[in-house]
Design a protein around this ligand. Structure first.
Ligand SMILES: Cc1cc2nc3c(=O)[nH]c(=O)nc-3n(C[C@H](O)[C@H](O)[C@H](O)COP(=O)(O)OP(=O)(O)OC[C@H]3O[C@@H](n4cnc5c(N)ncnc54)[C@H](O)[C@@H]3O)c2cc1C
Length: 354
């Protein structure tokens, strides 16, 4: 048996890349071990073109956002499924000073194009502290990642192109320009192994800076807000009466365990925003595959032309993966250039052979 690509890891990165290569007509074998931890299984899946207190235009937002809306909606149409929920993000102001600061920021056309001018602040008032009003960020939303990963897995299982289990490096034989794995000849192996790439025999030299995150799920009776609320902390309505609340950021204690401190931090912040009672029903923790320079890791191994990586998606895998996977596919299939800021060639001085 021969395949064009073996994709190792099926979080959002592996799912998106496998889909794009499949749609380009390549034969793709997708492998994932559900027993291993996955950031995509924990993430809220939010896409937000303006982030932080200063409404910073996220990296390449003007390319990423139109692309991702089209990308996820096209899969929904093609497979007659639903997992993508375009929604505005409501940002209540914390003070008069903040309201004034935002008015100044809105003069910037780059920011303006992602902000709604007409916001019904009153509809939020019974639930959200918003005495100083607020604004809504447009072109935002969320991807139900559990559902998305399940749908893509089903698609490849139906094609008989899915391997469920651990990819073991000792099963891989590299033969110059191609590789052999379990008697399958593979043109290229692309690792989409998230933060586990730090233990990847071929890519462990890449400079990751992982960030642990925790998130709560809570019930809230009669909560009728359908947009995402964000004021340092997000409240994401996933279905009537159920919200996800997140997230924490921690650069130490990098395990996948939830903590009392994490929950207390989120609940303290929530007390400043949410006016109505809620009950926490679940808490989850994950590790974001963030990188030292906050740019993804994409490209081929410096000395092994059969091996590549598509990772380092950090805090924004859902918005980064579609556009960058399309670009990676064009690089692999059409010889086009990769985005230099995301290309792992920028880190090659750290590679000392392996
Ligand atoms: C609390 C929290 C909230 C977040 N919220 C958001 C958000 O709102 N929006 C957003 O865009 N991002 C968010 N993120 C970040 C997001 O989770 C990541 O950007 C994204 O999930 C990374 O996807 P990935 O596919 O690269 O890695 P992962 O999702 O970790 O997937 C890697 C996969 O590789 C598999 N794997 C690894 N090694 C092997 C092997 N040897 N054999 C077989 N399989 C293997 C694992 O099983 C796993 O399924 C959040 C993260 C956290 C922790």
């Amino acid at each position: 048996m021969t395949v064009d690509f073996l994709i190792v890891g099926q979080g959002v990165a592996g799912s998106v890349l496998a889909w794009i290569l499949d749609q380009r007509g390549c034969s793709v074998l997708l492998a994932d071990d559900p027993a291993l931890p996955s950031a995509s299984a924990v993430a809220a899946g939010i896409v937000n073109p303006l982030t932080g207190r200063k409404l910073v235009h996220t990296w390449k937002a003007d390319e990423l956002f139109p692309f991702l809306h089209q990308f996820y909606s096209d899969i929904e149409k093609q497979l007659a499924v639903q997992f993508f929920h375009p929604k505005n993000i409501y940002r209540p102001f914390r003070s008069i000073a903040e309201q004034t600061d935002y008015s100044a920021l809105l003069a910037d056309p780059d920011v303006q194009q992602y902000v709604s001018q007409s916001v019904d602040n009153q509809k939020y008032s019974p639930y959200i502290n918003n005495s100083f009003g607020g604004l809504e960020v447009t072109q935002a939303g969320w991807v139900d990642l559990t559902e998305f990963v399940r749908i893509i897995k089903g698609y490849f299982i139906r094609k008989n192109q899915y391997f469920e289990g651990r990819f073991d490096f000792s099963d891989l034989i590299i033969k110059g320009n191609y590789a052999k794995w379990k008697d399958i000849d593979i043109h290229k192996v692309i690792f989409c192994d998230g933060v586990l790439a730090r233990e990847n025999l071929f890519f462990d030299w890449l400079p990751y800076n992982p960030v642990k995150g925790q998130i709560l799920t809570a019930t809230v009776d009669n909560y009728s807000i359908s947009t995402i609320v964000n004021q340092g902390l997000f409240i994401l309505p996933v279905r009537p009466g159920l919200v996800r609340i997140g997230a924490t950021y921690s650069w130490h204690d990098l395990d996948w365990q939830t903590t009392e401190d994490g929950r207390a931090y989120l609940e303290n912040k929530l007390a400043d925003i949410l006016k109505v009672p809620y009950q926490v029903v679940a808490q989850q923790a994950g590790i974001r595959p963030s990188t030292k320079d906050r740019r993804p890791f994409i490209g081929m191994h410096p000395t092994q032309p059969a091996l590549g990586i598509f990772g380092g998606m950090g805090t924004k895998g859902v918005s980064l993966a579609p556009y960058l996977a399309e670009q990676f596919a064009r690089y692999l299939l059409d010889g086009e250039d990769l985005e230099p800021e995301a290309n792992i060639s920028r880190c090659v001085s750290l590679y000392h052979g392996s």
